[in-house]
Design a binder for this molecule. Structure first.
Ligand SMILES: Nc1ncnc2c1ncn2[C@@H]1O[C@H](COP(=O)(O)OP(=O)(O)OP(=O)(O)O)[C@@H](O)[C@H]1O
Ligand SMILES: [Mg+2]
Length: 397
């Protein structure tokens, strides 16, 4: 198999600092799982239908309309993938996927069995990130289970339920870890570390704080990730407002919600959305113009510290999702484990260099213009990169 030749080696790319990949909460994956939480009757199912372009879910103007959790793939418009498939003349497009779960609305005491929420808190334990839908619209026709519209109070109610559920998980974890100390051949140092970390998590939760709001070491994050705690999941808050508020980019509660988040969960994201409008746009089949959905998906990807790179050829254009800070060989390893081991270098095109190119792609021209970058083992992949891996044994991908 012939290798593509590598011409330009940009000092700037090659000199990028050594991998600084840090541990993040949640997991990177080409197939993300996301959960949708919030109080009952705040617009979750209506949003779920709009974002998944499906008729699954059960929107209705009464609390606890949703009983069975629904899951569906999100159809995300991917302008970069479309553009690349066209440029490279690819027959197929393979995007990374997002799957979202719509679950029953929560109430105060959901974690101890009130309402339907408790079972579903367990159902969404495996997700990578959470959307929390918060009601920010006034409408006397739509019942509010807490009787009045007050987003900050609602966020506290929901977070308290997530915290209480996590306390259960951590207390069980502590019991098991303590018991394991009695086993023969136990690795004391490992168990001691687990106990110390879990106790710190417990203190955080007892202070009413989400696990993700504290600072943790990489080792602690790795351990906490293995417990799938709900309050350690990166969260995007969706403030559901009226159509006119959304179009004007304002809402009477916005400032207080931002202030609360600054104090309680500064790394989480906030997006204003009008579920009412999204639902109309979906019916009109005209979701692109005013829809908040692309922003919502982008914010979730950024909350999870994800970037996408692409592999493109005549057969397929494919999106791969990895963490920020992933090096070229680590990215190659996501394509195929062997490719990481035998990695020599990568040829990378940047999105900004291909954005205005037209099919068929003039690779010789790009090469002459210094836009075909040769990247070494320390190169960190950036969102939009098109990568061709050069590996030992003449393999490319
Ligand atoms: N921005 C909005 N403005 C006005 N009405 C809205 C808005 N968002 C949602 N609604 C209405 O609120 C009601 C409840 O919506 P939905 O059933 O989607 O809530 P839910 O959170 O899934 O509830 P449950 O927890 O009971 O499953 C619906 O009648 C919906 O049309
Ligand atoms: Mg619902």
């Amino acid at each position: 198999m012939s290798l593509r030749s590598f011409s330009t080696s940009t000092a700037a790319l090659a000199a990028k600092k050594a991998s600084t990949m840090t541990k993040y909460f949640g997991r990177p994956s080409n197939n993300l799982l996301l959960g949708l939480v919030g109080l009952a009757n705040v617009g979750k199912s209506t949003f779920f239908q709009a974002i998944t372009k499906s008729t699954l879910g059960n929107p209705a103007n009464y609390p606890f309309a949703t009983i069975e959790p629904e899951k569906s793939l999100i159809v995300v418009e991917l302008p970069k993938l479309d553009h690349y498939a066209q440029l490279f003349g690819s027959e197929k497009k393979l995007p990374s996927t997002l799957t979202i779960y719509d679950i029953a609305g929560l109430t105060r005491n959901a974690s101890s069995g009130e309402g339907m929420g408790n079972k579903f808190l367990a159902d969404i334990r495996q997700v990578d990130g959470l959307f929390q839908m918060v009601r920010g619209f006034r409408n006397d026709e739509i019942i509010h289970i807490e009787n009045d519209v007050n987003p900050v109070r609602d966020m506290e109610v929901v977070n308290d339920e997530l915290i209480l559920k996590d306390l259960e998980y951590v207390e069980t974890g502590l019991e098991l870890a303590t018991k394991s100390l009695k086993k023969p051949n136990v690795n004391r140092a490992v168990v001691d570390f687990e106990l110390a970390t879990l106790n710190r998590v417990l203190d955080t939760l007892y202070e009413g704080k989400k696990v993700i709001s504290e600072t943790w070491s990489e080792e602690e994050i790795e351990l906490i990730n293995s417990y799938n705690l709900l309050t350690a999941k990166p969260t995007v808050y969706l403030l559901n407002v009226s159509e006119s508020d959304y179009l004007q980019g304002q809402n009477e509660f916005l400032e207080q919600v931002q202030a609360w988040m600054g104090q309680h969960c500064k790394d989480d994201k906030l997006v204003m959305v009008s579920v009412e409008l999204e639902s109309k746009l979906q019916e009109l089949g005209d979701a692109e113009r005013a829809s908040a959905i692309p922003t919502i998906v982008d914010e979730m990807r950024s909350a999870l510290h994800l970037v996408s790179f692409y592999t493109c050829g005549p057969k397929e254009a494919r999106q791969w999702t990895v963490r920020e800070g992933t090096t070229a060989p680590e990215g190659a390893g996501v394509i195929h484990t062997d490719l990481q081991k035998t990695f020599i270098s990568a040829q990378v095109y940047k999105w900004q260099d291909l954005e205005r190119e037209k099919a068929p792609l003039n690779e010789a021209g790009l090469k002459a213009a210094g836009k075909q970058h040769r990247c070494g083992k320390k190169y960190e992949l950036e969102d939009g990169d098109v990568m061709v891996v050069k590996a030992a044994g003449g393999r490319t991908r």
